[in-house]
Design a protein. Structure first.
Lengths: 266, 156
């Protein structure tokens, strides 16, 4: 198998349907499983909540909650009960989906191929390297932004923002274009930033994996295999930072966009 | 890498996950943490109150002690005064009693003296008469000279 084929194979989703009605089964199932993991853990911990002195795992979860609610309090001035659970969901889910990146690139596809019995079966395990996932989250956030903008400013106020926002009333056509771009840029940048980071990270993992796969033949393996291991380790350690950072950025920007939506000044 | 219907599924999944996270994770957890915060705050304020109350009680105890001391002093001095009074009283009474006993003894003595004097007078009279009888022998009639003898007895 050539290097190009190897990379393409890894970057192809296991999908059913055709055209627009294509479903990326791997993305959907992996992200759903991770979502269920969050809920399952929450339920197990929730059954034995301790009001007094919390135990180890509850402590860990409480510290995450504390971290999220501190960020919400810092960036979100008003009171809206949906913001904190939304931010928590964004952070936990994105972090777990990103974490799939740290599992050795060939492990899950290989096991999957063994299980299915088809050595060419596709499996792309990181849901955030699928633009559909990141854009879906960004669009939900965008929908909430529009909803709360209209709720705070009224429908007229929301339209006025488009008409008069950056340059006043003498530049209405320019204003419409500018504000439109500004608003649409929010979900697009959210989606593309996360997607781009994860996709690039995955690609680097694939390239590192190729060192061992293509060059380590015969005696040369003594040199290339350790190099691959060291590079993999280095990138994985660096990637722990990236996956956390990306989850954090997505969460903070979600809070900030929603805070802007609640701002009546515009 | 193309956008397709997976997007719709992921949006639904995301919304559902937000709902679930709110229901099973954020809701109960944040309530619990708020409860704990409230309990800690309550405990701290209770401790503060207890400390304040202790201070008050200490002050009250000191006051009571001071009062008790004062009272004890009062009682003591009163008792002392009363004691001296009793002693004085007893002295006066004893003196009076002594006086009375002395007077009674005096009266007794007086009476005894007068009785002895009477007795003596009578004895002397009898002696005189018998002496006179001896001197005069039978010349003096006791009956005839009784009157004279009576006056004689009275003169002695």
């Amino acid at each position: 198998m050539g290097t190009v084929e190897y990379i393409q194979h890894h970057l192809t989703n296991n999908s059913v349907g055709s055209g627009f009605w294509t479903f990326h089964l791997d993305t959907i199932i992996v992200s759903a499983l991770l979502g269920m993991l969050i809920i399952g853990v929450a339920m197990v911990v929730g059954r034995q909540l301790e009001t007094g002195v919390p135990g180890g795992f509850q402590n860990f979860i409480e510290s995450i909650l504390d971290f999220v609610s501190t960020n919400v309090r810092d960036a979100f001035p008003g009171h809206n009960p949906i913001i904190a659970p939304l931010a928590l969901t964004v952070f936990l889910w994105i972090w777990l989906m990103n974490f799939m990146d740290l599992i050795p690139v060939d492990l899950l596809p290989y096991l999957f191929q063994l299980a299915v019995g088809d050595s060419h079966a596709y499996l792309k395990v990181v849901p955030t390297t699928d633009l559909n996932t990141t854009l879906a989250m960004a669009l939900v956030v965008f929908a909430l932004v529009i909803y709360y903008s209209i709720k705070t400013k009224g429908f007229g106020g929301y339209l006025k923002m488009f008409l008069f926002h950056p340059f006043g009333k003498f530049f209405v056509p320019v204003n419409i274009v500018m504000t439109f771009i500004e608003e649409v840029a929010k979900p697009i940048s959210l989606a593309l930033r996360l997607f781009g980071n994860m996709f690039a990270g995955e690609l680097v993992f694939l390239l590192i994996a190729l060192i061992g796969g293509t060059l380590a033949v015969g005696a040369a393996a003594l040199f290339w295999a350790p190099l691959q291991a060291i590079l993999d380790l280095g990138w994985a350690i660096f990637h722990i930072l990236i996956i956390t950072l990306q989850a954090f950025i997505f969460m903070v920007l979600t809070i900030v966009y929603l805070a802007m939506a609640h701002d009546e000044g515009h | 890498m193309s956008i397709n219907a997976t997007l719709i599924i992921q949006m639904i999944a995301f919304v559902l996950l937000i709902w679930f996270v709110n229901k099973v994770l954020w809701g109960p957890m944040s309530k619990l943490m708020e409860d704990r915060q409230k309990r800690i705050a309550d405990g701290l304020s209770a401790a503060e109150k207890g400390k304040h109350e202790l201070e008050l009680a200490e002050k009250r105890a000191k006051d009571v002690l001071k009062d008790a001391k004062l009272q004890a002093q009062n009682v003591l001095s009163q008792a002392e005064k009363r004691g001296t009074e009793i002693v004085e009283d007893a002295k006066v009474k004893a003196a009076e009693e002594a006086e009375r006993i002395k007077a009674a003894a005096q009266a007794d003595i007086e009476q005894e003296i007068s009785r002895a004097r009477e007795h003596l007078r009578k004895e002397v009279a009898t002696l005189v008469v018998s002496g006179a009888e001896k001197i005069l022998s039978k010349e003096v009639d006791a009956k005839a000279h009784n009157e004279m003898l009576e006056t004689l007895v009275k003169q002695i």
